[in-house]
Design a protein around this ligand. Structure first.
Ligand SMILES: Cc1ncc(COP(=O)(O)O)c(C=O)c1O
Length: 417
């Protein structure tokens, strides 16, 4: 028994706690004095600009860059990325975002990132003002994953008296739908070509998020990438064989996403690459191929209560024993909010308490005494992904290195029916 206790003592975790580094301390001190006293989603404007430069250096010659709107869900955020990258192309996934972007940035060019229920497409046209500078017949490509949806969109085009641009989703290995065989293209092209007043073929979209996800001994990212390029090429070949007139047209061959954008090189058959997440780099994007990007979004949550020790409810002195054994449980913080898809990042060594449980109101975190936070200090978190978490804090708080210089509204989710 004694030996067991001694062994347990020897296995004690090291003290991983430190105070904030200079970067987070500066934000902490600013917010403590001038912040609104609630959890915020911070965007580091300088890091965002640096990430845009890093990304543009990766885009091969002959390829355009398309901004993935869902991963940067704020009109001013997307506009800032447009300024730094020169791109006006956006990939959109949600009808209310589409209308907001068409209103705010009428010179943008939209490609759908997923096939939309035809009712959502109809709604987009209903909400688009008659005097909008955005011309969907020229600036919008709907995504179509098969014949039944194409037939629905043909009906929509007839009822609206418009010509819709049709981009075809192809399965390059992700197996999330779309065409699975180049020959399936023939039926779509026939329907499009039989209805030229209502439909135009505008290109392909083949997303490759599966690449690099398999263990290296099964398939390396580069092998996976070569395979997706070959599959993509087979669709382009089929198109040009079946309908050689398309060789002369300017088409959109879109692919990639943050995890794979670095794999494309000058010889690619694609002419357009999409990415969004890498520009703010939530923690799911801590990937070797994205090493050159810096985290540019953080949650800052005020500490409401800073308490010595670990005091767990109940008759047993569990908390006391635990904090003696693990120095990273010596201190207890209750923060404003919590339970986001996010991991604490500063101070070092902060962790949730799985025994106490989670709360969206006042979540408990523990750290060693060296984390040294007082009431009204901040704990910083990195979201694990951006598309949902960035929508949870109201306006985005824009950090310029010294202060919060702007507040950027996030994109709307939708109103009424
Ligand atoms: C069709 C499509 N393209 C590209 C992306 C890449 O987006 P990100 O760069 O934000 O990962 C996504 C993300 O889900 C997608 O669905």
């Amino acid at each position: 028994m004694g030996a067991l206790a001694a062994g347990g003592w020897l296995l004690r975790p090291d003290n991983r706690g430190t105070a904030h580094n200079a970067y987070f301390q500066a934000i902490n001190d600013y917010l403590k004095q001038a912040g609104p006293g609630r959890p915020l989603m911070l965007v580091d404007r300088q890091r965002l600009a640096d990430n845009c430069r890093t990304l543009m250096a990766m885009i091969p010659a002959g390829c355009d860059f398309r901004i993935v709107a869902k991963s940067l869900p704020s009109v001013p955020l997307i506009q800032e990325v447009m300024t730094h990258t020169g791109s006006r192309r956006v990939m959109v996934f949600h009808q209310p975002f589409m209308n907001a972007l068409a209103d705010a940035q009428p010179d943008c060019d939209m490609l759908m990132g997923k096939p939309m229920p035809v009712q959502a497409a109809r709604r987009f046209y209903q909400e688009l003002g008659d005097d909008s500078g955005f011309d969907p017949d020229q600036q919008l490509q709907w995504l179509i994953d098969g014949l039944p949806r194409l037939q629905q969109y043909l009906e929509l085009a007839r009822s609206l008296g418009r010509r819709l641009r049709i981009n075809v989703e192809i399965d390059v290995g992700l197996h999330r739908g779309g065409l699975t065989d180049p020959q399936q293209l023939d039926a779509l092209l026939s329907l499009i070509d039989a209805n030229p007043q209502y439909l135009t073929f505008s290109g392909f979209m083949g997303y490759d998020a599966h690449v690099g996800k398999l263990p290296g001994f099964i398939q390396s990212a580069r092998e996976g990438h070569r395979e997706t390029e070959a599959i993509y090429r087979a669709y382009i070949d089929r198109l040009y064989q079946q309908a050689p007139q398309y060789r002369e047209r300017s088409l959109c061959f879109n692919g990639a996403g943050s995890p794979t954008v670095a794999l494309y090189s000058d010889g690619t058959h694609l002419n357009e690459l999409s990415a969004g997440s890498c520009l703010v780099k939530a923690s799911d994007f801590d990937l070797p191929l994205l090493e050159a990007f810096q985290p540019a979004v953080f949650i800052a949550a005020p500490v409401i209560k800073s308490l010595d020790g670990l005091n767990l409810p109940g008759p047993l002195p569990l908390g006391d024993l635990w904090q003696r054994w693990d120095p990273n449980r010596q201190h207890t913080y209750f923060i404003y909010g919590g339970f986001w898809k996010a991991q604490p990042v500063s101070p070092d060594g902060i962790q949730a308490n799985p025994v106490y449980g989670s709360s969206t109101n006042q979540m408990m975190y523990n750290g060693s005494s060296d984390t040294a936070l007082a009431m009204d200090d901040q704990i910083f978190f990195r979201p694990t992904q951006s598309e949902f978490v960035l929508l949870q804090f109201g306006d985005l708080a824009i950090w310029n290195g010294q202060s919060l210089d702007s507040w950027w509204p996030v994109l709307p989710q939708g109103q009424g029916a």
